[in-house]
Design a protein around this ligand. Structure first.
Ligand code: ASP
Ligand code: MG
Length: 415
Protein backbone atom coordinates (compact mmCIF):
# COMPACT_ATOMS: atom_id res chain seq x y z
CA UNK A 1 0.00 0.00 0.00
CA UNK A 2 1.52 3.30 -1.05
CA UNK A 3 1.90 6.38 1.12
CA UNK A 4 0.78 9.71 -0.32
CA UNK A 5 1.40 13.06 1.33
CA UNK A 6 -0.91 15.83 0.16
CA UNK A 7 -0.59 19.52 1.01
CA UNK A 8 -3.47 21.93 0.55
CA UNK A 9 -2.72 25.68 0.47
CA UNK A 10 -4.83 28.48 1.92
CA UNK A 11 -7.02 29.04 -1.14
CA UNK A 12 -7.86 25.32 -1.25
CA UNK A 13 -9.31 25.53 2.29
CA UNK A 14 -10.53 29.15 2.16
CA UNK A 15 -14.04 28.46 3.53
CA UNK A 16 -16.49 25.70 4.53
CA UNK A 17 -17.32 24.73 0.93
CA UNK A 18 -13.66 24.48 -0.07
CA UNK A 19 -12.90 22.44 3.05
CA UNK A 20 -15.69 20.00 2.19
CA UNK A 21 -14.40 19.65 -1.36
CA UNK A 22 -10.84 19.02 -0.18
CA UNK A 23 -12.05 16.48 2.40
CA UNK A 24 -13.83 14.61 -0.41
CA UNK A 25 -10.65 14.51 -2.42
CA UNK A 26 -8.67 13.20 0.56
CA UNK A 27 -11.25 10.46 1.20
CA UNK A 28 -11.14 9.42 -2.48
CA UNK A 29 -7.34 9.13 -2.26
CA UNK A 30 -7.65 6.90 0.80
CA UNK A 31 -10.44 4.87 -0.80
CA UNK A 32 -8.15 4.18 -3.76
CA UNK A 33 -6.03 2.13 -1.34
CA UNK A 34 -3.41 4.64 -0.19
CA UNK A 35 -2.16 5.55 3.27
CA UNK A 36 -2.73 9.30 3.34
CA UNK A 37 -1.05 12.04 5.34
CA UNK A 38 -2.35 15.55 4.68
CA UNK A 39 -0.77 18.92 5.48
CA UNK A 40 -3.05 21.94 5.55
CA UNK A 41 -2.33 25.70 5.51
CA UNK A 42 -4.37 28.29 7.35
CA UNK A 43 -7.71 29.18 5.74
CA UNK A 44 -7.49 31.82 2.97
CA UNK A 45 -5.53 34.85 4.17
CA UNK A 46 -5.86 33.97 7.83
CA UNK A 47 -2.11 34.15 8.48
CA UNK A 48 -1.98 37.70 7.03
CA UNK A 49 -4.93 38.68 9.20
CA UNK A 50 -3.16 37.38 12.30
CA UNK A 51 -0.03 39.34 11.35
CA UNK A 52 -2.15 42.49 11.06
CA UNK A 53 -3.85 41.76 14.34
CA UNK A 54 -0.49 41.55 16.09
CA UNK A 55 0.53 44.87 14.53
CA UNK A 56 -2.55 46.47 16.09
CA UNK A 57 -1.52 45.54 19.61
CA UNK A 58 2.27 45.69 19.44
CA UNK A 59 4.83 47.78 17.57
CA UNK A 60 7.38 45.00 17.64
CA UNK A 61 5.68 41.72 18.52
CA UNK A 62 7.86 39.30 20.45
CA UNK A 63 8.98 36.57 18.00
CA UNK A 64 8.01 33.73 20.34
CA UNK A 65 4.51 35.12 20.82
CA UNK A 66 4.21 35.82 17.10
CA UNK A 67 4.81 32.13 16.41
CA UNK A 68 2.31 31.14 19.09
CA UNK A 69 -0.23 33.38 17.35
CA UNK A 70 0.45 32.34 13.75
CA UNK A 71 0.37 28.60 14.43
CA UNK A 72 -3.27 29.06 15.51
CA UNK A 73 -4.32 29.50 11.87
CA UNK A 74 -3.29 25.99 10.86
CA UNK A 75 -4.72 24.54 14.05
CA UNK A 76 -8.15 25.74 12.98
CA UNK A 77 -7.96 24.36 9.45
CA UNK A 78 -6.68 20.88 10.43
CA UNK A 79 -9.48 20.44 12.94
CA UNK A 80 -12.14 21.47 10.40
CA UNK A 81 -10.77 19.22 7.65
CA UNK A 82 -10.66 16.26 10.07
CA UNK A 83 -14.25 16.85 11.18
CA UNK A 84 -15.52 16.70 7.62
CA UNK A 85 -13.56 13.53 6.85
CA UNK A 86 -14.99 11.88 9.97
CA UNK A 87 -18.48 12.88 8.82
CA UNK A 88 -17.75 11.27 5.47
CA UNK A 89 -17.17 7.98 7.29
CA UNK A 90 -13.37 7.76 7.35
CA UNK A 91 -11.32 8.19 10.48
CA UNK A 92 -9.10 11.26 10.51
CA UNK A 93 -6.96 12.69 13.30
CA UNK A 94 -5.42 16.14 13.34
CA UNK A 95 -1.96 16.90 14.75
CA UNK A 96 -0.02 20.06 15.51
CA UNK A 97 3.53 20.24 14.16
CA UNK A 98 4.82 19.33 17.59
CA UNK A 99 2.58 16.28 17.85
CA UNK A 100 3.73 15.23 14.39
CA UNK A 101 7.33 15.12 15.63
CA UNK A 102 8.66 18.13 13.72
CA UNK A 103 11.65 19.39 15.70
CA UNK A 104 13.19 22.72 14.69
CA UNK A 105 15.96 25.07 15.75
CA UNK A 106 15.04 28.08 17.90
CA UNK A 107 14.89 30.74 15.15
CA UNK A 108 11.35 32.03 15.61
CA UNK A 109 9.65 33.16 12.40
CA UNK A 110 11.86 31.07 10.11
CA UNK A 111 12.87 27.99 12.03
CA UNK A 112 14.66 25.14 10.28
CA UNK A 113 13.68 21.53 10.75
CA UNK A 114 16.51 19.72 12.56
CA UNK A 115 14.82 16.37 13.16
CA UNK A 116 11.71 14.46 12.15
CA UNK A 117 10.64 12.02 14.87
CA UNK A 118 8.66 8.95 13.96
CA UNK A 119 5.58 8.90 16.10
CA UNK A 120 1.95 9.73 16.06
CA UNK A 121 1.57 10.20 12.32
CA UNK A 122 3.05 6.76 11.67
CA UNK A 123 0.81 5.26 14.34
CA UNK A 124 -2.29 6.87 12.86
CA UNK A 125 -1.47 5.59 9.38
CA UNK A 126 -0.75 2.10 10.78
CA UNK A 127 -4.21 2.15 12.35
CA UNK A 128 -5.75 2.98 8.97
CA UNK A 129 -6.50 6.58 9.88
CA UNK A 130 -5.88 9.65 7.78
CA UNK A 131 -3.38 12.01 9.48
CA UNK A 132 -4.06 15.73 9.08
CA UNK A 133 -1.02 17.79 10.09
CA UNK A 134 -0.89 21.54 10.73
CA UNK A 135 1.49 23.10 8.21
CA UNK A 136 4.33 25.55 8.75
CA UNK A 137 5.01 24.74 12.39
CA UNK A 138 7.13 22.68 14.71
CA UNK A 139 8.50 22.63 18.21
CA UNK A 140 12.00 23.91 18.94
CA UNK A 141 14.80 22.14 20.73
CA UNK A 142 13.94 24.59 23.56
CA UNK A 143 10.34 23.25 23.51
CA UNK A 144 8.78 26.45 22.12
CA UNK A 145 6.31 26.54 19.26
CA UNK A 146 8.01 27.75 16.07
CA UNK A 147 7.01 28.58 12.49
CA UNK A 148 8.99 27.64 9.40
CA UNK A 149 8.65 30.97 7.55
CA UNK A 150 5.86 32.15 5.28
CA UNK A 151 4.78 29.49 2.83
CA UNK A 152 6.35 26.89 5.12
CA UNK A 153 3.53 24.34 4.86
CA UNK A 154 5.24 23.10 1.69
CA UNK A 155 8.29 22.29 3.82
CA UNK A 156 6.15 20.46 6.37
CA UNK A 157 4.71 18.32 3.60
CA UNK A 158 8.06 17.48 2.04
CA UNK A 159 9.61 16.64 5.44
CA UNK A 160 6.71 14.30 6.25
CA UNK A 161 6.96 12.72 2.81
CA UNK A 162 10.65 12.06 3.48
CA UNK A 163 10.18 10.49 6.92
CA UNK A 164 7.13 8.46 5.77
CA UNK A 165 9.02 7.37 2.64
CA UNK A 166 6.01 8.48 0.63
CA UNK A 167 5.68 7.64 -3.05
CA UNK A 168 4.88 11.27 -3.81
CA UNK A 169 4.38 14.63 -2.11
CA UNK A 170 1.42 16.28 -3.83
CA UNK A 171 1.31 20.06 -3.41
CA UNK A 172 -2.22 21.26 -4.15
CA UNK A 173 -2.56 24.91 -5.01
CA UNK A 174 -4.71 27.30 -7.04
CA UNK A 175 -2.58 27.02 -10.18
CA UNK A 176 -2.16 23.98 -12.43
CA UNK A 177 1.57 23.60 -11.94
CA UNK A 178 4.83 25.31 -12.79
CA UNK A 179 4.57 27.55 -15.85
CA UNK A 180 7.20 28.80 -18.27
CA UNK A 181 6.36 32.32 -16.97
CA UNK A 182 3.72 33.86 -14.73
CA UNK A 183 0.54 33.41 -16.84
CA UNK A 184 -0.92 36.58 -15.32
CA UNK A 185 1.64 38.70 -17.17
CA UNK A 186 2.65 36.35 -19.99
CA UNK A 187 -0.39 35.03 -21.90
CA UNK A 188 1.67 32.56 -23.96
CA UNK A 189 3.12 30.82 -20.86
CA UNK A 190 2.72 27.03 -20.83
CA UNK A 191 2.66 24.45 -18.06
CA UNK A 192 5.82 22.38 -17.67
CA UNK A 193 5.43 18.62 -17.30
CA UNK A 194 8.73 18.21 -15.43
CA UNK A 195 11.19 20.54 -13.74
CA UNK A 196 14.39 19.43 -12.03
CA UNK A 197 15.11 20.13 -8.36
CA UNK A 198 17.95 22.47 -9.29
CA UNK A 199 15.78 24.39 -11.75
CA UNK A 200 12.98 24.64 -9.21
CA UNK A 201 15.43 25.95 -6.60
CA UNK A 202 16.60 28.65 -8.97
CA UNK A 203 13.01 29.49 -9.93
CA UNK A 204 11.84 29.65 -6.30
CA UNK A 205 14.82 31.85 -5.41
CA UNK A 206 14.10 34.22 -8.27
CA UNK A 207 10.47 35.04 -7.68
CA UNK A 208 8.37 32.02 -8.72
CA UNK A 209 5.96 31.77 -5.79
CA UNK A 210 4.54 28.33 -6.47
CA UNK A 211 6.78 26.42 -4.00
CA UNK A 212 8.68 27.51 -0.90
CA UNK A 213 12.45 27.51 -1.45
CA UNK A 214 13.24 25.45 1.62
CA UNK A 215 10.72 22.81 0.63
CA UNK A 216 12.54 22.33 -2.67
CA UNK A 217 15.90 22.19 -0.86
CA UNK A 218 14.57 19.57 1.52
CA UNK A 219 13.08 17.56 -1.32
CA UNK A 220 16.36 17.58 -3.22
CA UNK A 221 18.37 16.56 -0.17
CA UNK A 222 15.98 13.73 0.71
CA UNK A 223 15.00 12.77 -2.80
CA UNK A 224 11.25 13.43 -2.43
CA UNK A 225 9.28 13.54 -5.70
CA UNK A 226 6.94 16.54 -5.70
CA UNK A 227 3.82 16.84 -7.84
CA UNK A 228 2.52 20.44 -7.95
CA UNK A 229 -1.11 20.48 -9.09
CA UNK A 230 -4.43 22.26 -8.77
CA UNK A 231 -6.94 21.31 -6.10
CA UNK A 232 -9.68 22.69 -8.35
CA UNK A 233 -9.37 20.09 -11.13
CA UNK A 234 -7.98 16.62 -11.80
CA UNK A 235 -5.35 17.64 -14.35
CA UNK A 236 -1.75 16.42 -14.08
CA UNK A 237 0.44 19.21 -12.78
CA UNK A 238 4.22 19.54 -12.81
CA UNK A 239 6.62 16.93 -11.42
CA UNK A 240 9.70 18.16 -9.58
CA UNK A 241 12.25 15.39 -9.95
CA UNK A 242 15.95 14.59 -10.32
CA UNK A 243 17.53 15.90 -13.49
CA UNK A 244 18.66 12.43 -14.55
CA UNK A 245 15.03 11.26 -14.43
CA UNK A 246 13.89 13.99 -16.81
CA UNK A 247 13.13 13.32 -20.44
CA UNK A 248 15.17 16.27 -21.69
CA UNK A 249 16.89 19.35 -20.38
CA UNK A 250 15.27 22.49 -21.77
CA UNK A 251 14.86 26.10 -20.71
CA UNK A 252 12.19 25.76 -18.06
CA UNK A 253 11.06 29.29 -17.64
CA UNK A 254 11.48 32.98 -17.01
CA UNK A 255 10.61 34.35 -13.59
CA UNK A 256 10.51 37.87 -12.23
CA UNK A 257 10.88 39.40 -8.82
CA UNK A 258 9.88 42.99 -8.09
CA UNK A 259 10.59 42.71 -4.39
CA UNK A 260 14.31 43.50 -4.65
CA UNK A 261 16.21 46.74 -4.16
CA UNK A 262 19.60 47.71 -5.58
CA UNK A 263 22.33 49.30 -3.50
CA UNK A 264 25.54 50.84 -4.83
CA UNK A 265 28.42 51.68 -2.52
CA UNK A 266 30.38 54.44 -4.24
CA UNK A 267 34.12 54.62 -4.73
CA UNK A 268 35.21 51.86 -2.42
CA UNK A 269 39.01 51.66 -1.89
CA UNK A 270 40.23 48.65 -3.88
CA UNK A 271 42.21 46.75 -1.23
CA UNK A 272 42.21 43.13 -0.06
CA UNK A 273 39.68 42.56 2.69
CA UNK A 274 37.30 45.37 1.79
CA UNK A 275 34.57 43.14 0.33
CA UNK A 276 34.64 41.00 3.46
CA UNK A 277 34.32 44.07 5.67
CA UNK A 278 31.47 45.32 3.50
CA UNK A 279 29.33 42.20 3.57
CA UNK A 280 30.08 40.86 7.06
CA UNK A 281 27.91 43.42 8.95
CA UNK A 282 25.00 42.77 6.55
CA UNK A 283 25.38 39.02 6.97
CA UNK A 284 25.50 39.40 10.76
CA UNK A 285 22.21 41.31 10.58
CA UNK A 286 20.71 38.32 8.71
CA UNK A 287 20.22 40.33 5.50
CA UNK A 288 20.30 38.13 2.43
CA UNK A 289 22.40 39.68 -0.34
CA UNK A 290 21.86 38.48 -3.88
CA UNK A 291 23.54 39.74 -7.05
CA UNK A 292 26.90 41.35 -6.37
CA UNK A 293 29.03 43.22 -8.92
CA UNK A 294 32.24 45.08 -8.35
CA UNK A 295 33.44 47.32 -11.15
CA UNK A 296 37.07 47.29 -12.14
CA UNK A 297 38.77 50.02 -10.19
CA UNK A 298 39.69 53.44 -11.51
CA UNK A 299 42.40 55.21 -9.49
CA UNK A 300 42.17 52.52 -6.80
CA UNK A 301 38.43 53.08 -6.24
CA UNK A 302 35.59 50.78 -7.35
CA UNK A 303 31.79 50.88 -7.06
CA UNK A 304 30.17 47.79 -5.52
CA UNK A 305 26.50 47.11 -6.35
CA UNK A 306 24.25 44.38 -5.06
CA UNK A 307 20.59 43.52 -4.56
CA UNK A 308 18.69 42.65 -1.41
CA UNK A 309 15.01 42.18 -0.50
CA UNK A 310 13.38 45.65 -0.65
CA UNK A 311 11.70 45.07 2.70
CA UNK A 312 15.15 44.70 4.30
CA UNK A 313 16.37 48.07 2.98
CA UNK A 314 15.20 49.97 6.05
CA UNK A 315 17.30 47.72 8.26
CA UNK A 316 20.26 47.77 5.89
CA UNK A 317 20.54 51.54 5.49
CA UNK A 318 22.01 52.46 8.89
CA UNK A 319 24.44 49.55 8.56
CA UNK A 320 25.45 50.75 5.09
CA UNK A 321 26.05 54.36 6.22
CA UNK A 322 28.23 53.14 9.02
CA UNK A 323 30.24 50.75 6.91
CA UNK A 324 30.71 53.22 4.04
CA UNK A 325 32.35 55.49 6.59
CA UNK A 326 34.41 52.68 8.10
CA UNK A 327 35.87 51.48 4.78
CA UNK A 328 36.42 55.01 3.43
CA UNK A 329 33.84 54.83 0.60
CA UNK A 330 32.01 57.90 -0.74
CA UNK A 331 28.61 56.71 0.57
CA UNK A 332 25.86 54.65 -0.99
CA UNK A 333 22.72 54.98 -3.10
CA UNK A 334 19.67 52.72 -3.16
CA UNK A 335 16.86 52.14 -5.67
CA UNK A 336 13.67 50.16 -5.23
CA UNK A 337 12.13 50.62 -8.69
CA UNK A 338 13.99 47.67 -10.13
CA UNK A 339 13.01 44.11 -10.97
CA UNK A 340 15.03 40.97 -11.44
CA UNK A 341 14.15 38.87 -14.47
CA UNK A 342 15.66 35.38 -14.48
CA UNK A 343 15.79 32.66 -17.10
CA UNK A 344 16.27 29.16 -15.71
CA UNK A 345 16.99 25.95 -17.55
CA UNK A 346 19.19 22.89 -17.24
CA UNK A 347 19.39 23.01 -21.05
CA UNK A 348 21.65 26.06 -20.77
CA UNK A 349 24.61 23.92 -19.81
CA UNK A 350 24.81 22.31 -23.20
CA UNK A 351 23.42 25.09 -25.37
CA UNK A 352 25.58 28.16 -25.79
CA UNK A 353 23.89 31.34 -26.92
CA UNK A 354 21.04 31.52 -24.43
CA UNK A 355 22.50 34.53 -22.60
CA UNK A 356 23.22 36.31 -25.89
CA UNK A 357 19.63 35.70 -27.06
CA UNK A 358 18.27 37.16 -23.81
CA UNK A 359 20.43 40.28 -24.03
CA UNK A 360 19.51 40.80 -27.69
CA UNK A 361 15.81 40.45 -26.94
CA UNK A 362 16.05 43.12 -24.24
CA UNK A 363 18.21 45.37 -26.44
CA UNK A 364 15.70 45.20 -29.30
CA UNK A 365 13.06 46.51 -26.89
CA UNK A 366 15.34 49.26 -25.60
CA UNK A 367 15.31 47.78 -22.10
CA UNK A 368 18.49 48.64 -20.22
CA UNK A 369 20.17 45.95 -18.11
CA UNK A 370 21.61 47.28 -14.84
CA UNK A 371 23.16 44.12 -13.37
CA UNK A 372 23.68 40.65 -14.78
CA UNK A 373 24.44 37.52 -12.79
CA UNK A 374 24.54 33.88 -13.81
CA UNK A 375 24.81 30.36 -12.50
CA UNK A 376 25.33 27.31 -14.69
CA UNK A 377 21.55 27.04 -15.21
CA UNK A 378 20.37 30.65 -14.71
CA UNK A 379 20.80 34.11 -16.23
CA UNK A 380 19.38 37.01 -14.21
CA UNK A 381 19.11 40.64 -15.27
CA UNK A 382 18.15 43.63 -13.17
CA UNK A 383 15.94 45.92 -15.26
CA UNK A 384 13.83 49.01 -14.43
CA UNK A 385 10.67 47.83 -12.65
CA UNK A 386 8.43 49.52 -15.21
CA UNK A 387 9.82 47.24 -17.95
CA UNK A 388 9.70 43.96 -16.06
CA UNK A 389 6.51 42.56 -17.63
CA UNK A 390 7.65 43.45 -21.12
CA UNK A 391 11.08 41.93 -20.44
CA UNK A 392 9.47 38.63 -19.39
CA UNK A 393 7.35 38.54 -22.53
CA UNK A 394 10.09 39.39 -25.02
CA UNK A 395 12.46 36.84 -23.50
CA UNK A 396 9.70 34.21 -23.44
CA UNK A 397 9.05 34.88 -27.13
CA UNK A 398 12.67 35.00 -28.20
CA UNK A 399 13.56 31.73 -26.48
CA UNK A 400 10.32 30.18 -27.75
CA UNK A 401 9.48 28.91 -24.30
CA UNK A 402 5.94 27.96 -25.37
CA UNK A 403 7.39 25.26 -27.63
CA UNK A 404 9.16 22.11 -26.48
CA UNK A 405 12.47 23.15 -27.95
CA UNK A 406 16.03 23.60 -26.88
CA UNK A 407 17.89 26.69 -27.88
CA UNK A 408 21.10 26.41 -29.83
CA UNK A 409 23.17 29.50 -30.52
CA UNK A 410 20.17 31.79 -30.19
CA UNK A 411 18.18 29.78 -32.72
CA UNK A 412 15.46 27.47 -31.48
CA UNK A 413 16.05 23.89 -32.58
CA UNK A 414 13.43 21.20 -32.31
CA UNK A 415 14.22 18.82 -29.50
N1 ASP B 1 -0.16 29.87 6.48
C1 ASP B 1 1.24 30.10 6.30
C2 ASP B 1 1.45 31.29 5.40
O1 ASP B 1 0.51 31.91 4.96
C3 ASP B 1 1.96 28.91 5.81
C4 ASP B 1 1.60 28.45 4.41
O2 ASP B 1 0.59 28.85 3.85
O3 ASP B 1 2.35 27.65 3.85
O4 ASP B 1 2.56 31.66 5.13
MG1 MG C 1 1.31 28.96 0.56
Amino acid sequence: MGVIVQKYGGTSVAGPDEIKRVAGRIVRTAEAGNRVCVVVSAMGHHTDELVQLAAQVSLDPHPREMDMLLTAGERISVALVSMVINDLGREAVSFTGSQAGIITDTTHGKARIVEMRRGRVHEALDEGKIAIVAGFQGVSTAKDVTTLGRGGSDTTAVALAAVLEADVCEIYTDVDGVYSADPRICPTAVKRREVSFDEMLELAASGAGVLALRAVEYARNHDVRIHVRSSFNEAEGTWIIKEEDMEQAIISGVSHDSGEAKVTIRRVPDRPGVAGRTFRPLANAGINIDMIVQNTSVDGLADISFTLPANELGRAEPILSELARAIGADGFTSETDIAKVSVVGAGMRSNPGVAAAIFEALADEGINIEIISTSSIRVSCVVPAAHADRAVNVIHDRLRLSDDVIIAGGEAASA
